[in-house]
Ligand binder design. Structure first.
Ligand SMILES: [Zn+2]
Length: 275
């Protein structure tokens, strides 16, 4: 993949309609490079629809990723909830493959009061089963657990990188806004550089050539993330992050999840291009 691509989480607001296909067309018109298809309320796309999405995206030169439903908890205490969670990741991965999406992003789990180590072991076990199944199906879409914004949610930087080291086919979704909200820090050049350094040390240089990033402004308090904000209304130093990404020659997708979607995606792209 050439350089960093910028795009939106979901169909841009200025699309003709809110369908995935009109979203892809709008991304191309705006001069952006990628889009994340939001299956966050459920995977409501059939096989024929997914094949058409792949065709349109290829024609428009837009790269895709997919976000799995929110209703996933691989540390649920009821076996049927685990099964349903695994099913949602698998279903997203199968449709993502047909869309020619390169990655599936998902929110792995909640601690539910468990020790982080216990939650980690559960997530690893049940995610391992998902990866085994996908391998049997010859589905090599990257499965990316996301760094989450609340301390009650499984998914700090170390946990996500540990999963990537231990399981084949897993790569991180680094949500810099979430990490900023969770820690109250990580909004400066040296802090951003330390994250990329960790990624490189744990996963190798190849991981920096295959990044998947979520970005937005964010409001936060003692319990972490409160809500997403537009970048300019937030305290997030996005230009410093972009400088680190440029200096480390990071490649992959930057998905903007600000409320204004394409406006901030364009701001990020334009800022990046001036560096
Ligand atoms: Zn997410």
């Amino acid at each position: 993949m050439a350089g960093l691509l910028f795009g939106t989480g979901g169909t841009p607001h200025s699309s003709r309609t809110n369908t995935t296909i009109d979203g892809i067309r709008r991304i191309a018109e705006l001069g952006l490079g990628c889009m994340e298809i939001e299956f966050v309320q459920g995977v409501r796309m059939g096989e024929a629809g997914a094949r058409l999405v792949a065709e349109i995206a290829a024609g428009e030169g837009v790269k895709l990723s997919a976000h799995a439903p929110y209703f996933i908890n691989l540390n649920a205490h009821e076996p049927e909830k685990i099964k349903a969670s695994q099913g949602r990741v698998l279903q997203t991965a199968r449709i993502a493959l047909l869309c020619h999406a390169e990655s599936v992003v998902f929110h792995a789990a909640f601690y539910l009061g468990d020790l982080p180590g216990e939650a980690y072991n559960n997530v690893k076990k049940y995610l391992g089963e998902i990866m085994h199944q996908l391998k049997q199906e010859n589905n090599r879409v990257w499965i990316r657990p996301e760094i989450m914004g609340k301390p009650s949610q499984f998914g700090n930087l170390e946990e996500i990188l540990d999963l990537c080291v231990e399981l084949e086919g897993i790569a991180p979704c680094i949500d810099f806004a979430h990490w900023h909200a969770r820690t109250g820090g990580f909004s400066s050049y040296p802090e951003f550089a330390s994250i990329l350094q960790q990624v490189k040390e744990r996963l190798g240089r190849a991981a920096l050539d295959n990044m998947h990033i979520h970005l937005s402004g964010i409001a936060y308090g003692k319990k972490g993330e409160i809500k997403h904000l537009n970048l300019k209304e937030s305290d997030f130093h996005y230009a410093e992050l972009l400088q680190v990404l440029k200096d480390d020659d990071a490649k992959g997708m930057v998905i903007c999840e600000s409320p204004n979607l394409e406006e901030d995606a364009l701001l990020l792209q334009e800022t990046y291009n001036t560096l």
